[in-house]
Design a protein around this ligand. Structure first.
Ligand code: HEC
Ligand code: HEC
Length: 367
C-alpha cells in the first residue's frame, strides 16, 4: 500500500493521446458457459442480455457496425454458438453504456468527444498531486487486442483478473483510479461477457505514454468492495418495485459509486457515505476542479427528484432544471445515456430509494 498511502490528495484528470494493427483473437467456446450462477442479481443481467443481444448474424453485424469495423471478419471463425454471440453483445453493452469504460480508455479529440479512431486504445491521463508539489501521471492503458500495446496476449483469466482485482499480467497492481474494487462485485457471467467482447475489439497500436512514476511491484491492489457495504434500497421486500431497485443496485455499484462517493484514500470509497457525492475530478489538466453531487434523496442531494427526473438526467446529461452537467459527468448519449430503458429505470428506482445522507450540497465547480 506504499504508493497509495502517499497520496491523501484529490484526484485530477488530464488528457493524453494514441494507431492500428491486427492480432487474431483467441476466443474460447466455454466462455459463456463456465461461470457460476452468481448472486440473485444475475437475474437482472440475464434480462438485459435478452434486451440487448440478438443471437444471429444480424446482431453480430450490429456489434461490428457500432465498433466501426468488420469484426465479423475478425471473429466469425470463433463465434461458434448463439450463447457466445449473446455474451459478446452483453459485454459491448456493459463496456460502452453501463460502465462507460471508454470515458477513461478512449481519448477525447479536440471537440472533447471520444476519438473513435482510438476506441479503447487509451488514454485519458490522471494527474495525482503529490505532497511535495510534484504530480504523478497515471494513464488508462490500451485495452485493444494489440499484442504489444494492448492486451492481445493476456489470457481470459488475466483480463478478468485485471477487471476484478486490479492486477496486470505481470502481477503488478493498477492504480485504483480504475474502479476494480467495485467491479469485483460483478457476476462471473458479466465479467466473462466483457472479456469476450474485448477479444473482438480490433488491435490498435496506439502508444499510451508511460506513467511518470514506477509502480512499486509487490504492492497489493486495493481490496475488493464488500457487498454488505453497499446500501440496499429502503423499499420493503414486499414492494412491487423492490426487485427493480435491487437490480439497479447491482448496476449502480459498478457504474455510479466510484464517482459519487468520497474517498478515504485513493481508490478506497467511504461506503458509509455511498452516493453522497463530494469526490473531486479534474477533466483536463487545465480544467476547473469538478465535484460530484450528492445523489441520495436528502435535501442536500436529490430530494424532490422523481424516478423520471433521474432517468432524464442520465439520458440527457442534464440536471433537473434541464441545464447541461459539467464535463466530468459521463452521462448522456454515447455513454450511460445509451443504457436500455429497463436498466435506466432500475438504476433510477434504486437511487431514488437509497437511504438519504446529508452531505453538501455540492455543485460541480464549487470548491
Ligand atoms: C475512471 C477511469 C477508468 C475506468 C472507468 C476504467 N478504467 Fe481500466 N484502467 C484505468 C487506468 C488508469 C488503468 C491503468 C492503471 C495503472 O497504470 O496503474 C486501467 C487499466 C485497465 C486494464 C489493464 C491494462 C493493462 O495493460 O495493464 C484493463 C484490462 C482495464 N483497465 C479494463 C477496463 C474495463 C473493462 C473497464 C470498464 C468495465 C475499465 N477498465 C474502466 C482507468 C479506468
Ligand atoms: C466519471 C464520474 C461520474 C460517474 C461514473 C457518474 N457520475 Fe453522476 N455526476 C458526476 C459529476 C461530476 C456530476 C456533477 C455535474 C454538475 O453538477 O454539473 C454528476 C451529476 C449527476 C446527477 C445530477 C445531480 C444534480 O444535482 O444535478 C445525477 C442525477 C447523477 N450524476 C447520477 C449518476 C448516476 C445514476 C450514475 C451511474 C449510472 C452516475 N451519475 C455516474 C460524475 C459522475
Amino acid at each position: 500500500m506504499k504508493k497509495l498511502a502517499l497520496f491523501g490528495m484529490s484526484l485530477t484528470f488530464a488528457l493524453a493521446a494514441c494507431g492500428t494493427k491486427a492480432t487474431s483473437p483467441a476466443a474460447t467456446d466455454d466462455a459463456a458457459a463456465d461461470s457460476g450462477a452468481g448472486t440473485d442479481d444475475t437475474a437482472g443481467s440475464d434480462a438485459a442480455v435478452q434486451d440487448t443481444a440478438g443471437t444471429d448474424a444480424a446482431a453480430l453485424k450490429d456489434v461490428a457496425a457500432d465498433v466501426g469495423t468488420d469484426i465479423a471478419t475478425d471473429i466469425a471463425g470463433d463465434v461458434t454458438s448463439a450463447a457466445k454471440l449473446a455474451s459478446i453483445a452483453r459485454g459491448k453493452y456493459l463496456i460502452d453504456a453501463v460502465f462507460a469504460c471508454g470515458v477513461c480508455h478512449t481519448p477525447k479529440g479536440a471537440d472533447r468527444k471520444p476519438d473513435m479512431t482510438k476506441y479503447l486504445a487509451g488514454s485519458t491521463s490522471y494527474a495525482f498531486p503529490m505532497p511535495d508539489g510534484t504530480t504523478n501521471i497515471v494513464n488508462a492503458e490500451n485495452i485493444t487486442q494489440d499484442a504489444v500495446q494492448g492486451i492481445g496476449t493476456w489470457t481470459d483469466e488475466q483480463i478478468a483478473g485485471g477487471i476484478r482485482t486490479g492486477v496486470d499480467d505481470q502481477g503488478v497492481a493498477f492504480w485504483p483510479i480504475m474502479p476494480y474494487p467495485e467491479y469485483a462485485l460483478l457476476t462471473d457471467l458479466d465479467v466473462q461477457a466483457m472479456v469476450d467482447y474485448l477479444r473482438t475489439v480490433p488491435a490498435n497500436a496506439n502508444v499510451v505514454p508511460s506513467d511518470t512514476f514506477d509502480p512499486p511491484s509487490g504492492d497489493p491492489p486495493v481490496a475488493s468492495a464488500k457487498d454488505s457495504a453497499i446500501p440496499h434500497t429502503t423499499l420493503a421486500k414486499s414492494d412491487p418495485q423492490f426487485a427493480a431497485a435491487e437490480r439497479g443496485r447491482y448496476l449502480a455499484t459498478g457504474a455510479c459509486i466510484q464517482c459519487h462517493t468520497k474517498e478515504i484514500s485513493p481508490g478506497v470509497a467511504d461506503f458509509t457515505m455511498a452516493f453522497a457525492g463530494g469526490r473531486q475530478h479534474k477533466a483536463t489538466a487545465d480544467a476547473q476542479l469538478a465535484t460530484s453531487t450528492n445523489i441520495t434523496p436528502d435535501a442536500t442531494g436529490l430530494a424532490g427528484w422523481s424516478i423520471a427526473d433521474i432517468v432524464a438526467a442520465i439520458k440527457g446529461n442534464t440536471n433537473k432544471a434541464g441545464q447541461p452537467l459539467c464535463d466530468a459527468s459521463p452521462m448522456g448519449h454515447g455513454w450511460m445515456g445509451d443504457m436500455t430503458d429497463g436498466d435506466l429505470n432500475d438504476i433510477a428506482t434504486y437511487i431514488h430509494t437509497l437511504p438519504p445522507i446529508k452531505n453538501g450540497p455540492f455543485t460541480c465547480y464549487s470548491k
